[in-house]
Write a protein that binds this ligand. Structure first.
Ligand SMILES: C[S@@+](CC[C@H](N)C(=O)[O-])C[C@H]1O[C@@H](n2cnc3c(N)ncnc32)[C@H](O)[C@@H]1O
Length: 208
């Protein structure tokens, strides 16, 4: 199946990148993680899913700023990335780890009060399927936070170059496209922002 093949290819890319990821993208990661940490509103009684958790940098920051939580699950199909997360969070024995593709999430309905998707939405091969999982897994009144690249202006071209050079499968959206998909999936937009950092363009959306 083509969708599966693309997702598996991305997983292999991140498995190979895992040992160098934090070091290579240090400034980019500092910027995007700080942005997300300042945007989320989390409480100790939250059940949180970090859906493409990577090396666990965000989890470490939110645990130190808002935690501990009733539940914190770090999901990522790349076992290589998750190995780093497990080491980073080795003193947080309560943290759970899973390795689903976002197109095929196996959690139950209403299982989370917060879902966070940072720097990852562009890698998903079937956006409507992912959003429909987010919707069913999010408890009524819960929040979904997404921060990703914004395929607008000159960055459309740059995004294309990065895709070719890195040989990654990317499905980058504009903020307006993202809002349209979220509304179609039944979410209500609570907050959104778009901005530029160095040569990247980003969007952030909070919805419930
Ligand atoms: C750029 S990294 C971001 C990781 C982390 N959120 C961060 O900001 O450092 C993208 C992550 O998305 C994950 N990913 C790629 N395709 C995915 C998919 N189909 N479903 C879930 N996660 C996926 C990768 O394994 C990788 O860890």
């Amino acid at each position: 199946m083509i969708i599966k093949t693309k997702a598996q290819k991305n997983r292999e890319t991140f498995d190979k990148l895992a040992d160098r990821y934090d070091r290579i993208y240090r400034a980019y990661l500092r910027h995007t993680h700080q942005k997300m940490v300042n945007k989320v509103s989390l409480k100790k009684e939250d059940k949180i899913l970090d859906v493409s958790a990577g090396t666990g940098i965000l989890a470490e920051s939110i645990l130190s700023k808002y935690g501990p939580f009733k539940r914190l699950v770090l999901n990522d199909p790349s076992k290589g990335m998750l190995e780093h997360a497990k080491y980073r969070l080795r003193y947080h024995k309560e943290v759970e780890y899973t390795s689903d593709f976002s197109e095929d999430l196996s959690f139950r309905d209403d299982e989370f009060t917060k879902i966070i998707c940072l720097n990852s939405f562009r890698y998903y091969t079937d956006h409507p399927a992912v959003l429909s999982h987010f919707r069913r897994m999010l408890k009524s009144g819960g929040d979904l936070y997404i921060l990703s690249w914004n395929r607008t202006g000159f960055f459309r071209f740059l995004n294309w170059i990065i895709t070719v050079v890195s040989d990654q499968e990317m499905n980058t959206r504009t903020l307006d496209e993202m809002k349209g998909m979220l509304t179609e999936a039944g979410f209500t937009i609570q907050d959104s922002e778009e901005w530029r950092f160095r040569w990247w363009k980003f969007f952030f959306v909070k919805c419930s």
